[in-house]
Structure formats: C-alpha cells, structure tokens
Design a protein around this ligand. Sequence first.
Ligand code: ZN
Length: 222
Amino acid sequence: MLTNKSNNDALVLFSGGQDSTTCLYWALKHFDNVRALCFTYGQRHAIEVDIARSIAAKAQVPFLLLDAPVIGNLSSNSLTDGTIIMDQEKPDDSYPNTFVPGRNLFFLTFAAVVARSHGIRNIVTGVSEADYSGYPDCRDTFVRSANVTINLAMDEQFIFHTPLMWKNKKEVWALADELGVFDIVRYETLTCYNGVKADGCGHCPSCTLRRNGLEAYLQTRI
Ligand code: ZN
C-alpha cells in the first residue's frame, strides 16, 4: 500500500502537447512533487518525445519515458500507421481514424503501475469531454470508472485528476495564462498531427481546434 507521505505527489501523463503541458503546470501548482510520464506507442513523429523531454526539463520535472508500442500495434489507426490517410473530421456514425482503441485505459493502467512503484497517489491526465472528437475514453464517466477499477486491481487509493475535463480549447488557453505559462504552451508545445511545433501546420484537425481556441481566447485577453 502507498504510504501517507506520498499523498501530495503526482504523476502527469505527458505528451508535450498543449493539454498535457497545461496539466503539468497545473500539477506543479497543486502538488509538492511532480513527475511526467511520456508514452511512445508508434506515433508518426519521434520529435514529440524530444519536445516533451525539453518541456519537462524546463519545468524541472523528472521525465519518465515508457515504450509501449503494443498500444498502437493492436489496432488499425492513422496515428501509428503512416499508410492510412488521416480523417480530417469525425464521420457521422463512428470515430475518426485517429482513434486508438483502448489508448487511455492502457495509459492510465501503465501510469498507475509506474505511480505505485514511485509511491505516488495522484495521477493527472489532460483528457476532456469538450471540443474534441468525442473519443469514448476521454469522457468523465470512463475516467471515473477506470479509477475505481484500477484501484480495485491494485488494492490502492489512486486519485485520477482531470483538470481539463469540462474545458474547451479557449478555456485551456485561459488556464495556461492563469498559471503563468501561456508563452511556454503557445511556443514550445506540439499538438499538430503533422509534427509541427507551436502554431503547427495550420490545417490538420488538431491545429484547427487549437487555433480557433487561441483566437477566441486572445479576443478576451486583457
Ligand atoms: Zn497541424
């Protein structure tokens, strides 16, 4: 079992993107000791890991890298298979082919095992129900359910935190600004599906979402 001294430590699921970088700084505000956990699972762009590592270094957060290619290899999806043309929007009756089935359940399970080995109780993930493609494993009900299941699986008392769950992209920009890291998130993160840092390629679904949120936020920024 985890000891009391671990109650205020956190492990952040971290990719070096806008959302998880905002979560990393949110965690630094709320917890005494923070570690970042980054997964590789056959994504197209190896640069993601370099960017994640450098953001963590700048934040002075220990960076853990877990190579788990099985997450991407188990299914056909356009994030890990370069021969599949990426859906630009959500099909009416299904999920876009950027959906990696089971990904967040794998992430949370692996994260809990890593957290347990470090005596960490709090696990932070940047998933959100708002403004996204409606992936089922980004929903609040899923994360709460996974929290219960993983606690039962390991006889532990992990607490899963989802600070972005009800925020759209505009509100995520606002949170980064509140945390004093607007420029870090704007210029040093990578969200683009085509592997272009900061403002990105400008035309993939992820860049469009990010830019629309940024423009909406900048209109309200004092
Ligand atoms: Zn892009």
